[in-house]
Design a protein around this ligand. Structure first.
Ligand SMILES: [Zn+2]
Length: 98
């Protein structure tokens, strides 16, 4: 009788753990679905064909016309003499030295 009770409470414990793990998994999946902010941004000029600055994704001063880009694209832009933003210093973040 005591053993049966122990077995029953173990089963219940297993169920609780399984529930807990399922909730944890669901929570993690929800977080992963949230889009993460881009790491790098290119700020476009008025005519949209030129790029006027490179920013990190965390910059607060990216202007109104910016597009998210990959690290490689941000590097390329700096290589092509697109100015690095003086506030967020993407050149330093990307390993460019003055
Ligand atoms: Zn910036």
């Amino acid at each position: 009788m005591v053993e049966q009770q122990a077995a029953a409470s173990l089963q219940q414990l297993d169920r609780w753990i399984a529930d807990e793990e399922r909730r944890e998994t669901e929570r993690r999946q929800r977080e992963e679905r949230q889009p993460s902010p881009p790491e790098w941004l290119l700020e476009r000029g008025l005519n949209k064909s030129n790029v006027v600055a490179v920013h990190t994704g965390a910059c607060w001063d990216t202007g109104k016309r910016h597009v998210p880009v990959s690290r490689e694209q941000a590097r390329n832009a700096l290589c092509q003499r697109v100015p690095a933003c003086s506030r967020c210093r993407p050149d330093t973040a990307l390993g460019f030295l003055d």
